[in-house]
Ligand binder design. Structure first.
Ligand code: HEM
Length: 373
């Protein structure tokens, strides 16, 4: 398969048909010099332009440089193709402070998320000044890319936290089959997809008139690491599991329907005379029709970070969603889920991130975040 283009109006890795693997990283900036930060973004851009095309991180590569110097690529992707690698950068709210004189440029849509009922966020694996999302079909390629960006950033940034995802839980194109999350359900059926051009313009891409001209063509990213107590879930009856989501487990169809893509009908009544989709079903609580037509482009990944020492898998969903304005999209949806979703009995939000992902890099003379500096 051909590599995904790196240059364009928008960053790759958002509407790009979601790849199978993820390595997500959040960095703290350790320099307080604005020029060094801009320089780093230029170096990262140059490396990303190469890596995403299946080349090594630097011009000499793992073995082509001077023997007395550390190589400009770490080598573990030698011989591997681009594997659909995309690298997507984002800026956290904490970047817009006095250190870099960027306070006046903080987009209104990058307002801190409110505290949600029931969340148990761990600060050490939340937030961050910068993030990079690496997606690829090969985990080695995604990890290699993040590792090399961290290497290039030595002395200017340090890794705050990072997360691997081993399987996509979303489709972002109608050409893709819907994958399954670790609760065994199809996930990503009703999602913003790259074919929805009008909706993408309205709901995904930031525009000049949104209050931060430098973000035009960019998008806002929310990440949530959501632990699942899969052991409890696995002892729950099939009927209850299906009621919780409002869709059946086999086909992913609405509980009143037959096929995955049948339209949800919240007025439909089941054989027992009760609503086929319960008033608190996940798909109803999250549905655009109850949130001023707010859509999300979900792009999450399954994770299993080993086990927790108490006989349980440390498993769940690394939720990723892109949107034009989290204040109107993620926040109201998550507020109603946090309040009423029966899924809450089986999940716990343990990490949170919010990032402004700038527009795409136009050509070799451009760089990630140029419009901000
Ligand atoms: C739909 C699972 C968390 C927003 C769905 C569906 C499943 C699912 C199985 C139905 C299939 C589909 O249409 O994609 C989960 C699981 C979660 C979780 C297991 C946590 C571990 C969230 C969160 C949000 C969210 C945190 C946003 C705040 C949505 C939306 C839909 C959806 C917007 C589509 C609703 C529609 O238009 O029909 N989710 N989800 N989900 N979920 Fe979640």
């Amino acid at each position: 398969a051909d590599p995904f283009p790196f240059y364009g109006e928008h960053q790759a890795g958002i509407v790009t048909p979601s790849q199978d693997r993820l390595h997500f990283v959040s960095f703290d900036v350790t320099t307080d010099k604005r020029a060094e930060l801009a320089e780093l973004l230029q170096e990262w851009t140059a490396a990303a332009a190469r890596l995403t095309q299946g080349e090594q991180a630097g011009p000499f590569g793992a073995v082509g440089g001077a023997p007395e110097a550390a190589p400009d690529d770490t080598g573990e992707a030698l011989g591997l193709p681009a594997s659909g690698l995309t690298l997507t950068v984002g800026f956290g709210g904490s970047l817009f402070d006095d250190r870099f004189g960027l306070a006046g440029k903080r987009p209104p849509a990058l307002a801190d998320l409110p505290k949600f009922p029931g969340e148990q966020l761990i600060p050490e694996i939340s937030g961050g000044d910068l993030c990079v999302q690496a997606c690829a079909h090969d985990p080695q390629v995604a990890v290699h890319a993040i590792r090399n960006l961290a290497r290039i950033g030595f002395g200017k940034v340090s890794v705050r936290w990072s997360q691997l995802g081993f399987g996509r839980t979303s489709s972002t194109s109608r050409a893709q089959a819907t994958p399954r999350n670790l609760m065994g359900f199809k996930d990503g059926t009703a999602n913003l997809k790259l074919e929805d051009t009008d909706l993408l313009r309205e709901q995904l891409w930031a525009a000049r008139e949104d209050g931060a001209a430098w973000m035009a063509g960019g998008s806002y990213l929310v990440t949530r690491k959501i632990r699942m107590t899969v052991e409890t879930w696995d002892r729950t009856s099939l009927a209850e599991q299906e009621q919780i989501f409002g869709r059946n487990k086999g086909e992913g169809a609405p509980l009143h329907g037959k096929k995955e893509f049948d339209t949800l009908d919240f007025d439909a009544v089941g054989p027992d005379g009760k609503p086929a989709i319960a008033a608190d079903a996940h798909v109803r609580l999250a549905h655009p029709s109850f949130h001023g037509n707010a859509h999300l482009l979900r792009r999450g990944y399954n994770f299993v970070d080993g086990s927790d020492g108490l006989g349980r898998l440390d498993a769940g969903l690394f939720f990723i969603a892109y949107q034009r304005d989290p204040r109107k999209q993620f926040v109201p949806v998550q507020l109603s889920l946090a309040k009423d979703d029966p899924l809450n009995e089986y999940i716990k939000h343990v990490s949170s991130g919010l990032f402004a992902c700038p527009p795409g890099v136009r050509d070799a003379g451009d760089y990630w975040g140029r419009t901000l500096f």
